[in-house]
Design a protein around this ligand. Structure first.
Ligand SMILES: [Zn+2]
Length: 234
């Protein structure tokens, strides 16, 4: 340490230097200091991640993002699960502006739901998407929850939208005994749920009309968390 100074003085000195050197880059001093000290909180990591995003992606592609800022023309409406392990843009390598996304627990298409209906109407009527995707995935907690008793207030009600998928699969197979059979059963329900939610999609007249007129195609996809593979199942 420099004689006559304390850590606070040194920090102030570096803060002034940092502000002169990096203030225009957007990296905030307090985040860098926390990073050096190893005391970053989760929200700080997200903000630092955004800094890196701007440095490595946004700024080098500034023309693309500026044009995108003025309007969006996605060609796909993607309906997927909220699961944190599914990074929709990442697993499809879709860039910002390519996917219009509706995510919820269980990649569900509720039949009477203002939120979903609004997303669907905006995507089909105004954005004029050409593809509508319902994407399920392996190890889906929502599907496993169909087997459990719950005292939650909202989750069981929401999952009623997927219960038919479980009923259909259980009517076709014997009760699973081994771990493998149990896993296979869940995969079957996860995939049947994709087909069920597509059926729900067709209950919306605006979607059915768009499909009948060949303006929109509907696809069922399934993502395997264990292999990273996305495949078409419907
Ligand atoms: Zn899920």
């Amino acid at each position: 340490m420099i004689p006559g100074t304390c850590n606070a003085d040194i920090e102030r000195f570096f803060e002034r230097w940092f502000q002169l050197e990096y203030s225009e880059s957007g990296l905030q001093w307090h985040l860098l200091l926390k990073s050096v000290r190893g005391v970053l909180r989760v929200i700080d990591k997200l903000l630092l991640g955004n800094y890196r995003f701007r440095e490595t992606d946004f700024t080098p592609n500034i023309d693309y993002y500026r044009e995108l800022a003025s309007s969006q023309h996605p060609e796909t409406l993607w309906i997927g699960c909220s699961d944190s392990r599914l990074q929709t843009g990442h697993i499809t390598q879709a860039r910002a502006g390519e996917l219009f996304i509706q995510r919820n627990i269980g990649n569900i298409v509720p039949i009477h739901d203002w939120n979903f209906a609004t997303v669907l109407e905006y995507a089909v009527v105004h954005l004029k998407v050409k593809e509508v995707v319902v994407c399920g995935h392996s190890n889906c907690g929502a599907i496993r929850a169909l087997d459990k008793e719950s005292t939650d207030s909202y989750i069981p009600l929401w999952l009623n939208n997927a219960r038919e998928a479980k009923t259909r699969v259980d009517s076709k197979i014997s009760p699973p005994k081994t771990l493998q059979e149990k896993d296979d059963r869940y995969r079957m329900i996860e995939q049947e749920n994709v087909r069920l939610q597509i059926e729900h999609l067709y209950t919306y007249p605006l979607l059915k009309k768009a499909v009948d007129e060949n303006r929109v195609a509907v696809h069922g996809l399934y993502y395997d968390l264990g292999t990273g593979e996305l495949k078409k199942i419907a």
